[in-house]
Design a protein around this ligand. Structure first.
Ligand code: AMP
Length: 635
């Protein structure tokens, strides 16, 4: 069975892992990194860069670079426009997922077609559905969507021999905050028993994270600059981008240092004026003052999760920190204060989620022993009823999967249809909650108000994704339901995007192969030019001219867009050189004497063993013996 991977699709960084020979392993990306910046860059030439290469382009062309797309997931109306083309957040996320899957396939040496993808526990239905769609657009079968804190707990549990207790996971990433409290029972000695994880409560804020601290610092720096120079850097995209990078860097440095310097020379050049620089010393205390209101927003959320789980600080046995932003000492201090516990330090907050997702993937593909994993739905689900009231069918923190039905009726006489408006959130007023979609149930036989019996069923699957059905009990028939104003893409739209992505994957693959062929052609041309030069006195004039002409043709072909033509030229050139080389070699062996000639009869020409391209120049004596060894090696 092909490998299924675990993917942590983060706001700032993403990470992919797989279980290899029973061991959950973080996979290096093509650039050699263990995490990949969640950044997509659309270059002028039509190439799409993802990760570190995209990040490098962000300063030069911020308008072609998309970051923090996770913040937009599930927002149907938001289009991301690059170069006059609109993309949905799902399509941008799909680009990141594609790269992770591709790099994983290279690392593992086998295709990657299945994945478990993580989402913040507090993601609502639309955000989860959007993430699943992003996976599908990336050409992946999404085996499961799991919650990030739950994944972190799985990774932690995997390393334990024995534990029984309550874990609190505090997860503050670039853009989202989650807290999850769960019971865990593990005893590896009892091989017949499965590890047990049961989430008791979860809470969070899907728009709160390290990015907000960066923003506070950017504003602080820009305000200072404006006071000093009268220029608002926020109006200049390039300056703002540099400021952003510097702010994040300073923030990260201040997690270990007590003060840091921010130095941005030539940050702004006023028309006709001399360049302006930004130079400032920032202390940890200053940063903490700016960050405090943001970090403090996590406090009531943690308290609510503890209240929902009915636990006090004394009941928590372990605290796990997830997300890069938890490296900030002030954040750790708050967690200590709230839980009365020292958070664990032996867990890498950037990688633990992907590792947990990989474990879940291995369990789902039966590569690893099964476990009991009971998660919850983070937000209440219900329908709108008369008078802007949200009628809750499934309260928050209900264990999933789950299924609940309730009977509704009509509000006026002879009403032929009803509208079922599906909502998610905690507010009693319908209009203040998130609208997931509206369903029309039509064809209700004429009846006085209150007579028809319409059964609405909510079904939440293991991904935390909701399906709604409605049945008119009067006719006994399930009615067709149509959805309007949904916050998710329709199946048709997903299908179209899957096809588009498939086409661009082929296009990207062509582009990659072309780039590789060009690269090889250029390297070969360079090498051969050098060889022609080295062999200058051994080549006849006509040989030299013919070889030079071949190299020129190769260079020309490599400028073109036809990969096959380049490959043909590479073969032709190799062939031509091989022939000349053979002649030189034979001439040289004849000069050296019968011994060497005998010893090498029938071997390929020097430096061409196995057709790997030209090697050392053929010449008398030592060169021939070198070639002999090379030929031996090839056997
Ligand atoms: P994540 O979404 O988990 O990748 O978290 C990324 C966030 O963590 C970004 O806002 C980073 O700036 C922040 N971060 C990473 N390392 C550190 C650090 N050492 N101190 C403070 N924040 C950090």
């Amino acid at each position: 069975m092909p490998k299924a991977v675990g993917i942590d699709l983060g706001t700032t960084n993403s990470c992919v892992a797989a279980v290899i020979a029973g061991d959950p392993t973080v996979i290096h990306n093509a650039e050699g990194g263990r995490v990949t910046p969640s950044i997509v860059h659309f270059s002028k030439t039509g190439e799409v860069l993802v990760g570190e290469p995209a990040k490098r382009q962000a300063i030069l062309s911020p308008d072609r670079t998309v970051r923090s797309v996770k913040r937009l997931m599930g927002q149907r109306t938001t289009a991301i426009t690059v170069d006059g083309r609109d993309y949905t957040p799902e399509q941008i996320s799909a680009r990141i997922l594609e790269k992770l899957a591709r790099d994983a396939a290279t690392y593992l040496g086998e295709p990657v077609k299945q994945a478990v993808i993580t989402v913040p526990a507090y993601f609502d239905d639309a955000q989860r559905t959007a993430t699943k769609h992003a996976g599908e657009i990336a050409g992946l079968e999404v085996l499961r969507i799991i919650n990030e804190p739950t994944a972190a707990a799985l990774a932690y549990g995997h390393k334990q021999q024995k534990m029984e207790g309550t874990i609190l996971v505090y997860d503050l990433g670039g853009g989202t905050f989650d807290v999850t409290i769960m019971d865990v029972e593990i005893d590896k000695a009892k091989t017949e028993e499965r590890d047990y994880y049961e989430v008791r409560s979860t809470a969070g804020d899907t728009h709160l994270g390290g990015d907000d601290i960066d923003q506070a610092l950017i504003d602080f720096l820009a305000d200072q600059f404006q006071k000093e120079h009268g220029v608002d850097l926020r109006q200049d995209r390039q300056a703002l981008q540099r400021l952003k990078e510097a702010a994040e860097k300073a923030k990260i440095e201040l997690s270990s240092a007590l003060q840091t310097n921010i130095n941005l020379p030539f940050l702004y050049v006023p028309e006709g004026g001399s360049p302006l620089h930004l130079e400032m010393t920032l202390t940890r205390a200053q940063l903490e003052e700016l960050a405090r209101p943001i970090v403090e927003r996590t406090r009531p959320i943690v308290l609510r999760a503890m209240e929902d789980a009915k636990v006090g600080p004394g009941d928590i046995s372990e605290v796990i920190l997830v997300g890069g932003q938890t490296r900030m000492p002030m954040v750790q201090q708050l967690v200590r204060e709230l839980t009365g516990k020292e958070p664990r330090r032996d867990i890498n907050p950037d990688e633990v989620v992907a590792v947990g997702a990989a474990i879940q993937a291995a369990v789902l593909t039966q590569e690893m022993k099964d476990m009991v994993l009971l998660d919850v739905t983070p937000l209440s689900l219900g329908v709108e009823t008369l008078g802007d009231v949200m009628d809750v069918l499934i309260p928050r923190n209900t264990t999933i999967p789950t299924r609940v039905s309730r009977i509704y009726t009509t509000a006026s006489d002879y009403q032929p249809s009803v509208e079922i408006h599906v909502l998610q959130g905690e507010r009693p007023r319908a209009s203040q909650n998130r609208s997931l979609g509206r369903f029309q149930l039509t064809g209700i036989p004429p009846a006085p108000r209150g007579m028809p019996r319409i059964e609405v069923t909510f079904d939440i699957d293991a991904n935390g994704i909701l399906n709604v059905t409605a049945e008119d009990k009067g006719t006994g028939k399930k009615q067709d339901i149509t959805i309007t104003g949904s916050s998710s893409l329709s199946p048709d739209e997903v299908q179209r995007m899957v096809q588009e992505a498939e086409a661009h994957r082929q296009e990207d693959e062509r582009f990659r192969r072309l780039a590789q062929a060009r690269n090889e052609a250029d390297a070969l041309a360079y090498q051969l030019e050098k060889t022609i030069n080295d062999l200058r006195d051994k080549l006849s004039e006509s040989e030299r001219q013919s070889l030079e002409a071949k190299v020129k043709e190769l260079r020309e072909a490599s400028q073109g867009d036809d990969e096959q033509a380049i490959r043909r030229k590479i073969d032709e050139v190799n062939q031509a050189f091989s022939e000349v080389s053979r002649r030189l070699y034979e001439a040289a062996s004849a000069g050296v004497g019968s011994q060497a000639a005998e010893g090498t009869t029938g071997q390929p020409g020097p430096g061409y063993a196995g057709g790997r391209g030209p090697g050392p120049a053929a010449g008398p004596g030592g060169d021939v013996i070198d070639a002999e060894f090379e030929a031996e090696d090839e056997k």
